[in-house]
Design a protein around this ligand. Structure first.
Ligand SMILES: CC(C)(COP(=O)(O)OP(=O)(O)OC[C@H]1O[C@@H](n2cnc3c(N)ncnc32)[C@H](O)[C@@H]1OP(=O)(O)O)[C@@H](O)C(=O)NCCC(=O)NCCS
Length: 273
């Protein structure tokens, strides 16, 4: 059985990693291969209640590979852990078949971790379905399920179930593709910046209108008109022109009327994401 799994893992790595030049290289130089094969023994020891030995093998594997897989974790067939450094797979995690995990990925306990020993016998870690890809540095936290065929982008943080065949990106993770079809799901951070930008644009218009009104003596009069004998005060009129130019040239402008080389416009159009 061990040799079947080792052979299958070598073939999987060789097939999935274009950088692998020979099977000998995979056997001697791939930490993902070492971690998976050592986990085979650690998990066997764990299941047969040799808990310390199991932990010791897992720790040795971590020292050797930089990949920490708890001996209690259940790993599927044909798993490919690429590079691997910094990967953490928790005790109750379940990983399906044909999964790819890049460096720095955490399959963690999420909020349950803070509750300490109270959650010792509970399932606290994620379940990854078959064919899942988890990009480098992604965090998947808590007893949640990532459905078959889903892909998690690098650097994402996932705290809720992910339906099958989805592409999830960002912090917090949001679905941008489902069954190969693009899903309109705006980045909340970009949306927040967009709202702030809208407010700034409105304020700029108001200030520009005020400045231009203040330059006219009759406007000044209307502002300084005193209140007489309990009459309603005259309303101060500002913003005499709705166009309310703030002096910027609006040709070649972006979504919010700002020039396209405005860093916020560039950000809103996806740069740097
Ligand atoms: C995320 C991923 C799984 C999706 O792959 P895919 O299904 O081919 O989809 P795409 O790459 O076209 O990405 C889909 C969308 O997510 C965006 N996206 C991809 N990665 C992202 C990330 N890390 N953060 C935010 N958005 C991301 C893309 O820009 C694209 O946006 P668009 O629809 O506006 O064009 C893929 O980019 C991936 O495998 N990433 C991990 C790679 C990795 O960790 N490599 C380490 C090698 S050392």
């Amino acid at each position: 059985m061990f040799f079947d799994i080792a052979k299958e893992t070598i073939e999987t790595i060789f097939e999935k990693d274009p950088a692998a030049k020979s099977k000998r290289e995979v056997i001697f130089c791939y930490p993902g291969f070492h971690a998976i094969t050592l986990h085979y023994f650690a998990h066997k020891l764990w299941l047969s209640k040799h808990l310390f030995l199991a932990r010791f093998v897992s720790h040795f594997s971590r020292v050797l590979t930089g990949i920490e897989i708890h001996p209690g974790a259940t790993l599927g067939r044909k798993l490919f852990i690429d590079h691997g450094m910094g990967v953490v797979i928790g005790e109750t995690a379940i990983v399906g078949d044909d999964v790819v995990i890049y460096q720095g990925v955490t399959l963690g306990a999420g909020p349950e971790a803070r509750m300490g020993s109270a959650t010792r016998n509970l399932k606290r870690h994620p379940t990854l379905g078959n064919g899942v890809v988890v990009g480098s540095g992604a965090e998947i936290q808590g007893d949640i399920t990532v459905g078959d065929g889903s892909r998690i982008a690098s650097g994402s943080i996932i705290l809720k179930d992910v339906p099958p065949n989805s592409v999830v990106v960002g912090v917090p993770g949001r679905i941008v593709r489902k069954d190969g079809i693009k899903v309109e799901n705006p980045d909340p951070e970009a949306e927040a910046i967009k709202r702030l930008n809208e407010k700034i644009a409105t304020l700029e218009k108001t200030v520009a209108a005020l400045k231009s009104d203040m330059a006219r003596p009759e406007a000044l009069m209307s502002i300084t008109t005193p209140v007489r004998n309990g009459e309603e005060p005259e309303k101060v009129k500002v913003g005499h022109s709705e166009s309310g130019s703030n002096g910027n040239d609006k040709s070649n402008s972006g979504t919010l009327g700002a020039p396209m080389d405005d860093p916020i416009e560039i950000y809103l159009h996806g740069a740097g994401i």
